[in-house]
Design a protein around this ligand. Structure first.
Ligand code: PBG
Length: 336
């Protein structure tokens, strides 16, 4: 069948710039680069072999050796930063999470091992939060109010974060990343780092962090002891204005980076934070975002690799300068 020749006199034909791959590459507004990515990693005490996390296929709890091996792979792929979470033995957990600042605790020991192995070639970021280390699984210390109710005590937690951050700096972390959403945490950590002589250690502030069900698989990943939720300290998914307040406070308190978390369900937040931030803006593509795409891919319902790359592109387009993603190495390899 013959198709009639176009005689329409259109003032603009946007399809001209989409006609082939070279033209699309020439006109792409956003480009991903391996150096955009930060790889979150888990290192566990008491395991002999790395152990795959059931709800995060392809992601592991590592031993020191497998951690180092994967860091080498990251570096070769062009990823320049990792974010380390520690998984202690259950018997080492207590009410304040004190193994978090023990120089021999799982996190500090492995930060030290990585810094010794990689020097300044690979940036070592440490998660600065207590939830993996407390026996109740909350991100801070608990107190009891005068009505007998337990609550996560903001000001009792701040000195614990300060102590943890200093111990991470001593262990060799280039960046500490307070993720507990306590008010004032950036100021207190900055002051403690400076007083201990760690002026060069940067702070990536989890500024807009929501009380999100998308963190589900992470709780498996770190063997979390949490009962209940974090809604008294992490943000309400209904709100965006308070993300801007949280960001401004963290900037005033000395944050070197700000972060929005989760990423894909909160692109509007990311874009508004990016508008106001004079410092780099990171976004964390969290465990649940990763798990959903892997699961749908395994069912043959979506193309996992391409969907993943599209979602990373969307996160960058929305305003992220850095993206924390469990897919960092694979994405970096795909971009080479
Ligand atoms: C808390 C922390 C969490 C994540 C990173 N840091 C969990 C939480 O706040 O409950 C989630 C990361 C992810 O889901 O990938 N220290």
């Amino acid at each position: 069948m013959m198709v009639a020749m176009s005689t329409y006199d259109l003032p603009r034909r946007p399809r001209r710039l989409r006609q082939n791959a070279a033209m699309r590459a020439l006109t792409a507004e956003t480009r991903l680069h391996p150096a955009d990515f930060i790889l979150p990693m888990f290192v566990a005490d008491g395991i002999e072999e790395k152990r795959e996390i059931t709800s995060m296929p392809g992601v592991y709890q590592h031993t020191t050796d497998s951690l180092k091996a994967l860091c080498h792979e990251a570096l070769e792929a062009g990823v320049k930063c990792i974010d380390l979470f520690g998984v202690p033995l259950d018997e080492d957990k207590d009410a304040t999470g004190s193994v978090a600042w023990d120089p021999e605790g799982v996190l500090n020991r492995n930060l030290r091992a990585l810094r010794e192995e990689f020097g300044n070639d690979l940036l070592i970021m440490a998660d600065t939060c207590l939830d993996e280390f407390t026996d109740h699984g909350h991100c801070g210390a608990l107190s009891t109010d005068r009505y007998g109710n337990q609550f996560v005590d903001n000001d009792a937690t701040l000195p614990l974060y300060a102590q943890m951050a200093v111990s991470q700096a001593e262990a060799g972390a280039h960046i500490v990343s307070p993720s507990g959403m306590m008010d004032g945490q950036i100021a207190v950590i900055r002051e403690a780092l400076d007083q201990a002589g760690h002026q060069d250690v940067a702070i990536m502030a989890y500024s807009a962090k929501y009380a999100s069900k998308f963190f589900g698989p992470f709780r498996d990943a770190v063997g979390s002891s949490l009962q209940g939720d974090r809604r008294t300290y992490q943000q309400d998914p209904a709100n965006i204005r308070e993300s801007l307040l949280e960001t401004e406070l963290d900037l005033d308190e000395g944050a070197d980076f700000v972060m929005v978390k989760p990423a894909l369900p909160y692109l509007d937040v990311l874009s508004q934070v990016a508008e106001i931030s004079p410092v780099p803006v990171a976004a964390y593509q969290v465990s649940g975002e990763y798990a959903m795409m892997v699961a749908a891919g395994r069912n043959g319902w979506i193309d996992f690799e391409e969907t993943m790359m599209e979602s990373l592109m969307s996160i960058k387009r929305a305003g992220a300068d850095q993206i924390l993603t469990y897919y960092a190495i694979e994405a970096a390899k795909e971009l080479k």
